[in-house]
Design a protein around this ligand. Structure first.
Ligand SMILES: [Zn+2]
Length: 190
């Protein structure tokens, strides 16, 4: 299969499936296939996006990826194409990786969406305009706007987030929780 070497192939005991894994000797890209007859087809695309500060760059990148690619520079294109293929697209960013998901009803839809989806992940346009509308801008009334910043605000003010911050670093742990909350409010509230 081109530059890909088969590095693993095995059956699992708990399900009637075969798992195969290939690795490209040219790029290091790894592909894992779980072959199972099923009405839905799922693809998970994991990229290493580890960062060592709290700037939020990997999560910002995740949002911008869906704003258009070199070949398909249109916001919302994946959603429109996705509706045709009964599909859902999503993504999450963890501390060391960003995972983009694509699920369709059947292989035909997956095959149709895959080139556009991969172009978004591998060749996003990352324009200033997308950054303003999707991530952050200040509107005519001096309010902080942008989907990303609003979602972050919602999360940052949640109990889950405050617990996360408390456990994250001794430095933050030593801060009174309302000080942290105050800082977050200052950053996130319009
Ligand atoms: Zn997000």
């Amino acid at each position: 299969m081109g530059s890909f070497d088969l590095i693993s192939s095995f059956e699992v005991e708990y399900a009637p499936v075969n798992v195969k894994k290939w690795k490209s000797n040219r790029t290091g890209l790894e592909v894992c296939l779980i072959a199972k007859e099923s009405p839905s087809v799922s693809g998970w695309f994991a990229l290493a996006t580890e960062i060592f500060d709290d700037s939020g760059c990997p999560h910002t990148l995740e949002h911008l990826v869906f704003m258009g690619s070199k070949k398909y520079p249109y916001k919302g294109l994946l959603d429109i194409l996705g509706n045709l293929a009964f599909s859902t697209t999503n993504a999450w960013t963890a501390t060391d990786q960003t995972v983009y998901t694509l699920m369709t009803a059947g292989w035909e839809g997956f095959k149709m969406l895959l080139p556009a989806y991969l172009d978004h992940i591998l060749h996003p346009t990352l324009t200033d305009e997308a950054c303003y509308t999707e991530v952050y801008h200040i509107d005519g009334k001096g309010k902080k706007k942008g989907l990303f910043i609003l979602k972050c605000r919602e999360f940052n003010l949640s109990l889950l987030s405050l617990r996360f911050w408390r456990n994250k670093e001794p430095f933050i742990q030593s801060q009174p929780i309302d000080q942290r909350q105050e800082d977050l409010l200052r950053i996130c509230v319009p």
